[in-house]
Design a protein around this ligand. Structure first.
Ligand code: NAD
Length: 254
C-alpha cells in the first residue's frame, strides 16, 4: 500500500532524544514514505540524533539554533543546496527558564518573558520564512502547542503565554502563506513525558490526571502526535489551515 507521504521531503526541528515528540513524528513520517531533513541545536545533539535515526530515511542534518538569526539564514542556504522541493516543516521546539515555570507568573522578568517568546514562538515565524521558498509544490507547516495557551495551567506560566503567541502566529502565517498553497496548523498535544516536559513541576500529577480523567483514559504518546502530523502533512488535510488540532485523549474538554 502506498504511503501517505510517498515522495515528500519534510524538515523536522526539535529532536533531542528518542522521547522527543519530534522523534515520534519522524518515525510516523518515515513509515508513510517521507524523506527527512533534521535540524539540531548543537554538536552534542547532532551526535545523539545520529545515534538514534539509523532506521530512518534521513537525507540531511542541518544545524539550527533558533536563537541565532545567522543559523536560520544558513538553513535557507542548506535547503537551497539540497536542491529539491520541501513539502513539510515540523516545528517542535520550545524553551523557557526553569525558574519562570516554577514561580508565580506575576514574577516573570523581562528577560525570561522575551526568551520564552523568542525561542518558542518567534522561531516559527523565522523558520517558516526560511523554508517557505522551497515549498514550491505547496506545503504544510505545523507546530506543537499545549492547552496552557488558552487555560491557566499551574506551573506552565510564561510558556502558556508564549504558546498563545505561537498559536496566534499560526493564524497570521496561515493567512500570509495560504495563497502559496502553504498550510499552517498547530497540534495541541497532551502531556508527554519528555525532557522539556520534566521542567514543568508536577508533570506526574498531570499524567495521572490524564489517565484518570481524560475521555480516553490514556496518556498521550508521541506516536499518536506523529500520526496526526502525518494527516496534517498529507493531502487528506488539504482543506485545513490555521487550525488547532488537539491530540490529548480529549483532555481539553475537561
Ligand atoms: P524535547 O525536550 O524532546 O524537545 C524540545 C526541543 O526544543 C529539543 O530538541 C531542544 O533542543 C529544542 N530547542 C530548545 N531551544 C532551542 C533552540 N534555541 N534552537 C533549536 N532548538 C531548540 O520536548 P518535547 O516535549 O518533545 O517538546 C517539543 C514541542 O512539543 C515543544 O514545543 C513543546 O512545548 C511541545 N509540547 C510538549 C508537550 C509535552 O508534554 N511533552 C505537550 C504539548 C506540547
Amino acid at each position: 500500500m502506498p504511503g501517505l507521504l510517498d515522495g515528500q521531503t519534510a524538515v523536522i526541528a526539535g529532536i533531542a532524544n528518542k522521547w522527543s515528540i519530534a522523534f515520534g513524528i519522524a518515525e510516523s513520517f518515515a513509515r508513510e514514505g517521507a524523506s527527512l531533513v533534521l535540524t539540531y541545536l548543537n554538536e552534542k545533539q547532532r551526535e545523539t540524533i545520529e545515534s538514534i535515526v539509523g532506521h530512518l530515511p534521513v537525507i540531511k542534518l542541518i544545524p539550527c539554533d533558533v536563537s541565532k538569526d545567522e543559523e536560520i539564514v544558513a538553513l535557507t542556504e542548506h535547503l537551497r543546496a539540497l536542491g529539491r522541493p520541501i513539502n513539510a516543516l515540523v516545528h517542535s521546539l520550545a524553551f523557557a527558564n526553569r525558574e519562570d515555570l516554577g514561580r508565580p507568573f506575576v514574577e516573570t522578568d523581562r528577560d525570561g518573558f522575551l526568551l520564552a517568546h523568542s525561542i518558542s514562538a518567534y522561531s516559527l515565524v523565522a523558520m517558516s520564512r526560511a523554508v517557505a521558498p522551497f515549498m514550491t509544490e505547496g506545503g504544510s507547516i505545523m507546530t506543537l502547542s499545549y492547552l496552557g495557551s488558552i487555560r491557566v495551567r499551574q506551573n506552565y506560566n510564561v510558556m502558556g503565554v508564549a504558546k498563545a503567541a505561537l498559536e496566534a502566529s499560526v493564524r497570521y502565517l496561515a493567512n500570509d502563506l495560504g495563497p502559496s498553497k502553504i498550510r499552517v496548523n498547530t497540534i495541541s498535544a497532551g502531556a508527554v513525558k519528555t525532557a522539556s516536559a520534566r521542567a514543568v513541576k508536577d508533570l506526574s500529577v498531570m499524567l495521572d490526571a490524564t489517565k484518570e480523567h481524560s475521555p480516553l483514559r490514556h496518556v498521550t504518546e508521541s506516536g499518536e502526535v506523529g500520526d496526526a502530523a502525518v494527516f496534517l502533512a498529507s493531502r487528506l488535510s488539504r482543506g485545513m489551515t490555521g487550525n488547532v488540532l488537539f491530540v490529548d485523549s480529549g483532555m481539553h474538554l475537561m
